[in-house]
Design a protein around this ligand. Structure first.
Ligand code: GRF
Length: 186
């Protein structure tokens, strides 16, 4: 049975693109976002795969938004959900429904520097080595069990952007490797 991968993304989607350009690309059946103008959605439509938006602005409460996202996810019938730059916390209802089948990529060496500003926080702290982490999603923020990590040396002249771009080079490779092993094993 061919695996069905759903990618969730809020931004430019360069990690999504890495998956699409890889051998697992043809298993990506849909891209979902919380942001209507996310370029990740454009990448999906240009590739000819389904793209949907579940925007918090369309819901009265976060619980309603989570229910809306869960309904959109169920409609895709994914075997694996990949959060690749999805900047919302996935609610417990969704985590429970897909436990063990949702992974996230984070631009820091968890458990260090969790949250929405991992790159900036690592720079501000003054660590010499940071990196990226692919982990299972649980009910916490970047707290699920770790699958794989890659270290990235911080250069003295690094800015948040220069460091993040170097981390993303490793994230793209790591994410493709992890997803390939996860669906290849099925
Ligand atoms: C990645 O670094 C991811 O870890 C973080 O947001 C970035 C997404 O990059 N949460 P892109 O939108 O795939 O280029």
């Amino acid at each position: 049975m061919t695996s069905r991968i759903l990618v969730l993304a809020s931004g430019s989607g360069s990690l999504l693109q890495a998956l699409l350009d890889s051998p697992v690309g043809n298993a990506v059946v849909a891209v979902g976002s919380d942001t209507p103008d996310a370029y990740a959605l454009t990448r999906a439509t240009e590739t000819g795969i389904a793209a949907f938006t579940v925007s918090p602005a369309d819901f009265d409460t976060r619980a309603d938004w989570n229910a809306g996202l869960l309904a959109a996810i169920r409609a895709v019938e994914p075997d694996l959900i990949v959060s690749a730059g999805f900047m919302r916390i996935i609610g417990a209802e969704i985590v429970e429904a897909y436990r063990g089948r949702i992974i996230n990529t984070h631009p820091a060496l968890l458990p260090a520097f969790p949250g929405a500003h991992g790159v900036r926080d690592a720079l501000a702290y003054g660590v010499k080595v940071t990196g990226c982490t692919v982990h299972f999603v649980d009910e916490g923020v970047d707290t699920g069990s770790i699958i794989a990590q890659t270290a990235v040396i911080i250069e003295p002249d690094d800015t948040e952007d220069s460091l993040h771009e170097r981390i993303k080079i490793q994230e793209r490779r790591l994410l493709v490797d992890v997803v390939t092993h996860m669906i290849g094993a099925q």
